[in-house]
Design a protein around this ligand. Structure first.
Ligand SMILES: Nc1nc2c(ncn2[C@@H]2O[C@H](COP(=O)(O)OP(=O)(O)OP(=O)(O)O)[C@@H](O)[C@H]2O)c(=O)[nH]1
Ligand SMILES: [Mg+2]
Length: 429
């Protein structure tokens, strides 16, 4: 049962007014509401919406009935009439009742930030895993908003350019949705198992995992493409990537790692999405090294970095070694560049500069490199020699009668993993 269909050709273009309510609670989060609004504009444009105007209000607490104040509702109606809007998009999350009240009063499609993000994801999902995860997130978002739902059930799920859950199934009741959620979770479990098998295989093969993570649009997929020639989707829009893509990357010295591109993060990443995408995001957890890609030219750079760190923490990956790649320095103002931290663990790069790409692979190699060890391998143990080449960086090879002597740089983790095969061949002298 596909519940989301994108058919942009036949859909009337959404013409929207964006609304931001700044409450005391939001002020305390420290996220600049103006930057958040700028991001909402980008999200709306990514979803194919034409943004006509932006309305702002400051209020201690949201209005329980309308979210914004009654006067502001009137202002929104007038603006919508004057500009010919058919949609209002709120930067903060609305309750089901607020959506219904606003829709009835204004005769506009009412969408909040969460639903907009879910919608973009729905349009992007291509793999079975992605599609299941998005539908699960959409239904989990919809379910608590269904109570007391009357004639407007049809409109609630109708997002940007989509038939969201509900719209195509007027008859759908909560039990139906719960059943569907159960079924989706079961399907997701299967996908998770397959993914675990893949991971297990990679681990057994001794592959070192490096994950590209970062705020959406930071340049993660561009880096994967530049570093490995991967044919991935790159677009100057939010959430271009949904499903993780892995490619082999050869480092300086010949060592190979598996580099994985992941879904981008964003502030207030909907909770339901994080929960649903946990399987995908597990890739990050498995990584031996995280490359945190930052758009150094963004005015929200610091906030974005904090948001990424806090999501990594939620995922349990905050302890993984990390290299911060300040990307897009070709777009930076000189004063922006000066403010960037330097030192080990930080690189200033442009994804389009080949020298910078080499510096990345060098830093990855350094970060993963461990101590050097000497091995003495009998000539008839080619299996051990090739293992050394695969898991370590062979620095020197000499011959002593029938033995080959290797000086190899091997990190602790790999030595622990392969020690049972290698320990007998360590040359103590
Ligand atoms: N000028 C400049 N643009 C860059 C650089 N790196 C990436 N871009 C551009 O930034 C945009 C986003 O790049 P992506 O690689 O799709 O970003 P992403 O992090 O994968 O984004 P999501 O998948 O949406 O999370 C594209 O238009 C890229 O061409 C860079 O170093 N300099
Ligand atoms: Mg991407």
């Amino acid at each position: 049962m596909a519940i989301t269909t994108h058919d942009t050709e036949t859909d009337v273009q959404d013409r929207a007014i964006l609304v931001s309510l700044v409450t005391d609670k939001i002020k305390r989060t420290g996220i600049d509401p103006e930057l958040s609004l700028q991001e909402l504009v980008q999200l709306a444009e990514t979803a194919g919406v034409e943004v006509l105007d932006v309305l702002r209000q400051n209020k201690e607490t949201p209005d329980s009935r309308w979210f914004i104040g009654k006067g502001k509702v009137e202002e929104l109606r007038m603006a919508a009439d004057a500009l010919g809007a058919n949609t209002a998009i709120f930067d903060q999350e609305l309750s089901g009742a607020q959506v219904r009240n606003l829709e009835e009063a204004l005769d506009l499609k009412i969408i909040d930030r969460t639903q907009l993000i879910l919608d973009i994801f729905a349009g992007r999902a291509k793999t079975r895993e992605g599609i299941i995860q998005v539908e699960l997130a959409q239904l989990s978002y919809l379910l608590p908003r269904l109570s007391g739902q009357g004639k407007n059930l049809s409109r609630l799920g109708g997002g940007i350019g989509t038939r969201g859950p509900g719209e195509s199934k007027l008859e759908t009741d909560r039990r139906h949705i719960r059943d569907r959620i159960t079924e989706l979770k079961r399907q997701l479990d299967e996908v998770v198992k397959t993914r675990e098998l893949h991971r297990e295989r990679r681990r057994k093969a001794g592959a070192v995992q490096v994950a590209l993570v970062g705020y959406t649009n930071a340049g993660k997929s561009t880096l994967l493409k530049q570093l490995t020639d991967a044919d991935v989707y790159i677009e100057n829009q939010l959430f271009a990537t949904l499903d993780p893509t892995s490619r082999v990357l050869e480092l300086a010295g010949g060592k190979e790692v598996v580099l994985t591109d992941t879904v981008g993060f964003i502030q207030n990443l909907p909770h339901d999405l994080v929960a649903s995408f946990r399987a995908t995001l597990e890739e990050v957890n498995e990584a031996n090294l995280v490359l945190h890609v930052v758009d150094a030219s963004s005015p929200m750079r610091e906030e974005q970095m904090e948001i990424v760190q806090s999501i990594l923490q939620d995922l349990g990956a905050s302890g993984t070694p990390q290299i911060v790649l300040f990307n897009k320095i070709d777009l930076c103002q000189p004063e922006q560049l000066e403010m960037l931290p330097t030192g080990t663990g930080y690189l200033k790069i442009s994804a389009f500069n080949s020298e910078d790409l080499t510096r990345i692979t060098e830093m990855i190699a350094d970060e993963l490199a461990g101590d050097t060890l000497n091995f003495r391998i009998p000539g008839d143990r080619g299996d051990i020699s090739s293992l050394l080449y695969r898991v370590g960086e062979v620095l020197e090879t000499t011959y002593d009668e029938n033995d080959v002597l290797y000086n190899v740089r091997l990190n602790k983790e790999d030595y622990e993993k392969w020690g049972y095969m290698l320990a007998d061949f360590v040359d103590q002298q």
